[in-house]
Design a protein around this ligand. Structure first.
Ligand SMILES: Nc1ncnc2c1ncn2[C@@H]1O[C@H](COP(=O)(O)OP(=O)(O)OP(=O)(O)O)[C@@H](O)[C@H]1O
Ligand SMILES: [Mg+2]
Length: 222
């Protein structure tokens, strides 16, 4: 019996790692067996191409690598992670919580294409990752919706004001603004659960966001 897979999505700095950690802790306290995964799998060699892309080795503008090429870098990293680390657990019925997943390719690559090609890209991506690479489909996707201004401020805080630490996505506000627009489209069309993470220009309290996510996850498991 396959397990369940929950994907946490959101733009850079929207709180995915923070909320994934809290969710895993809360579920573990309830005795639920789970496994936490995160993409890109930075500690493993399978993330090499994604890292090269984010470091700007194919060009300093995200648009220097087209949506299909960039998506393939991230997809093969997921294939390696699935096959090496969590396929067994998933197939034995465990709950898998992913900080980013196939859904990140939609959020970050869709914006490179004109709007009239978005549906085609989504169909291609889902066929590639779920059918051809045989990666499991998420049962639930949580989308952390945080205005760009707020998430950029949080990221600058995380990097202690050192803007040079930002990768080619994080440092490109107009690209991230375009990603925000495509993410809203995807969240609505693909039935992601949208969590509002800020009020105006202020992030909501970490704990309040957590409670809402936990509620969505518990609802989904009934
Ligand atoms: N609701 C919140 N209020 C205040 N600070 C927050 C909130 N959520 C996250 N943070 C802080 O903002 C920064 C970014 O959060 P986090 O690393 O969880 O985001 P992320 O979505 O995983 O980022 P990335 O996309 O870069 O992986 C961290 O320093 C974190 O502690
Ligand atoms: Mg993160």
């Amino acid at each position: 019996m396959n397990g369940r897979l929950i994907a946490m999505e959101g733009l850079d700095g929207s709180g995915k790692a923070t909320q994934t950690a809290l969710l895993c802790k809360a579920l573990a306290e309830r005795g639920i067996e789970l496994r936490r995964i995160s993409f890109p799998d930075y500690d493993e060699p399978s993330s090499a191409l994604a890292k090269m892309y984010l470091n700007g080795e194919f060009g300093s503008n995200p648009n220097d690598v087209n949506a299909y090429a960039a998506s393939s870098f991230y997809a093969v990293d997921r294939f390696a992670s699935y096959r090496r680390f969590w396929k067994q657990d998933y197939q034995n019925g465990a709950l898998i919580i992913a900080d980013r997943y196939t859904t990140s390719n939609i959020v970050f690559q869709l914006s490179k294409l004109p709007k009239e090609r978005w549906d085609d890209f989504i169909d291609w991506l889902q066929d590639f990752e779920y059918n051809k690479l045989e990666l499991p489909r998420p049962d639930l996707t949580i989308y952390l919706s945080m205005p760009l201004k707020v998430s950029q401020r949080l990221l600058t805080g995380r990097y202690h004001g050192n803007e040079e630490k930002k990768d080619i996505h994080e440092s490109n506000e107009s690209y991230l603004a375009a990603c925000h627009e495509s993410a809203v489209y995807a969240a609505q069309h693909l039935n992601w659960k949208i969590i509002r993470c800020a009020e105006g220009e202020k992030p909501r309290a970490v704990e309040a966001i957590h409670k809402e996510i936990l509620q969505k996850v518990m609802e989904g498991s009934q």
